[in-house]
Ligand binder design. Structure first.
Ligand SMILES: Cc1ncc(COP(=O)(O)O)c(C=O)c1O
Length: 497
């Protein structure tokens, strides 16, 4: 090997080692600084002189990396996008090094295209969508899905499909009657991507929010709204795991209800989180009915420890993807060119390789184990929350999220009036602020309607959320994070006294 090549290879190996050490360290952050401090440190002019690779790496290691978040640390319990599965990391690295372009098959990604097709078929099969036999897969329109960088893109593609189903040909004519392109979502727990998608695809920000019960559609209200507003509606979105509590909708009941009112309404299931339930026979019932939906979004980068980004949009009837396909005489005129069926994206890296490797490595049995283990940890954390005298659990976990609030000293649950709720919220907001500033542990926070009435029915709460996605998570981490919360709460209360 020539000298310069040896040096480059050595540098790359060092970079990989540094990345792996970063992932393996127990701390979330090496250092915390304010956004302004980091801005002033890093937003610099491009130097005139070249810098040797060694120095570029040193610059990164000394100034950038210590401030990076390590979500693979089991102390980071707010989400769980750990991206630390060994085979998924291997797939990520090899996808970068092989630089295949999924836009075309023949010369751009001769084998990668078929790896992508295999992964999409595995996902479809796990969720219950039927796959055609392999020898009947003649084109990308026989596959029934596409890989995208994230759930937001997948949901946007689903909304385009709904739009074409409601007003065929809109791809060519543009939107002529946006008044008929509203989308029904559950109130207070929907993900912003659906509304954003509607604005991006020219339908206008028309979501019709339907009240919920226990973080699922109130089906009486859903039926009423569909009967009253039916003609305006192009799609109903249901969450197989909402973004806050990860509650799984009663998908079959929603499907039956919507189809009975109007079989032409597009049914989309957002299973960014709920894909987990497809892996285990113990959880599979939770997503019963999902295969009757017209489209499904899944987000392996959220739940399968694969590095960003990786999502997929799957469709019940593969041929519907023709309604949103584009044609170019410049490229993509071949049967297996994914560029024809992936809106918004031209050149596209081999995102699916990491999932292909991860899923091959686990097999069906390993994926089931992963899902069951997570559920066990989630149940254990819920028990610890329930046993804690100052914690109130706000959801009954379906998947891996436990949402809870810390009660101020002296609060009792039988008297949570508006001022008392305000005190609960102020304490939990202050706790979360301290958590962020210190960066030692991480729990997430958002607003949530108290749909189960654990504090005050229907009130807006600012709870904390734990998630059991991290493979390194143990029971002692759970005890430690709760002890940390106790310490923060008493500190805050002492300061206020
Ligand atoms: C239910 C749900 N759908 C969609 C998304 C968007 O996914 P992404 O951030 O991968 O675009 C999220 C993200 O949190 C989510 O929770």
């Amino acid at each position: 090997m020539k000298n310069s090549e040896t040096t480059t290879t050595g540098l790359l190996h060092r970079a990989v080692d540094i990345g792996l050490q970063f992932k393996a360290r127990p701390e979330i952050f090496g250092r915390r600084s304010t956004a302004r401090e980091i801005r002033d440190l890093l937003v610099t002019e491009l130097p005139v002189q070249s810098m040797p690779g060694e120095e570029v790496l040193a610059e990164f290691v000394n100034h950038v990396l210590p401030l990076c978040k390590n979500e693979a640390s089991p102390r980071f319990m707010g989400f769980g996008d750990t991206g630390d599965d060994q085979l998924a990391l291997m797939g990520s690295a090899l996808a970068v090094l092989t630089q295949q372009n999924m836009i075309n098959q023949s010369f751009d990604s001769p084998s990668a295209t078929f790896v992508e097709i295999a992964v999409l078929r595995w996902l479809r099969d796990l969720l219950g969508y039927a796959n055609p036999p392999v020898d009947a897969v003649h084109t990308v329109w026989d596959v029934g899905g596409m890989v995208t960088p994230g759930g937001t893109t997948s949901n946007t593609v689903a909304m385009m499909l709904a739009r074409e189903a409601k007003a065929p040909g809109t791809m060519h004519t543009g939107v002529t009657n946006p008044g008929r392109m509203a989308v029904v979502v559950p109130k207070g727990i929907g993900h912003y991507s659906v509304k954003a998608a509607l604005t991006w695809i020219g339908c206008g920000a028309q979501v019709i929010e339907v009240p919920t019960r226990g973080f699922r559609y109130d089906r009486n209200e859903l039926a009423r709204i569909l009967r009253e507003d039916g003609d305006r509606v192009m799609a109903v979105v249901a969450y197989a795991g909402d973004s806050r509590t990860q509650t799984v909708e009663d998908l079959r009941a929603v499907h039956d209800l919507v189809r009975a009112v109007d079989p032409s309404i597009w049914l989309h299931a957002d299973a960014c989180w709920g894909l987990l339930a497809a892996f285990s026979p113990n959880l599979r019932d939770k997503i019963d009915g999902i295969a009757e939906f017209d489209s499904i979004t899944v987000d392996p980068h959220k739940i399968l420890a694969v590095p960003y980004g990786l999502s997929a949009l799957l469709v019940r009837k593969p041929s519907v993807l023709r309604t949103i396909s584009t044609y170019s005489d410049l490229i993509m005129q071949e049967d297996f060119a994914f560029g024809q069926v992936t809106p918004f994206i031209g050149t596209k890296g081999w995102m699916s390789l990491k999932l292909w490797m991860m899923m091959l490595g686990r097999g069906r049995a390993g994926l089931a184990e992963l899902a069951d283990h997570r559920q066990k940890l989630t149940r254990r954390f819920a028990e610890l929350v329930d046993a804690h005298p100052r914690l109130v659990r706000l959801n009954d976990p379906d998947l891996a999220a436990v949402v809870f609030a810390y009660l101020p000293a002296g609060s009792t649950l039988d008297r949570i009036d508006e001022p008392a709720l305000d005190r609960v919220n102020q304490l939990n907001i202050a706790l979360h602020k301290r958590i962020l500033t210190e960066g030692r542990w991480h729990l997430h926070q958002f607003t949530l309607p108290d749909d189960l009435g654990r504090l005050r029915k229907g009130a807006v709460v600012y709870p904390l959320r734990f998630m059991a996605n991290n493979p390194g998570l143990t029971e002692s981490h759970m005890h430690e994070v709760l002890a940390y919360l106790d310490h923060l709460a008493s500190d805050l209360e002492e300061q206020a006294a």
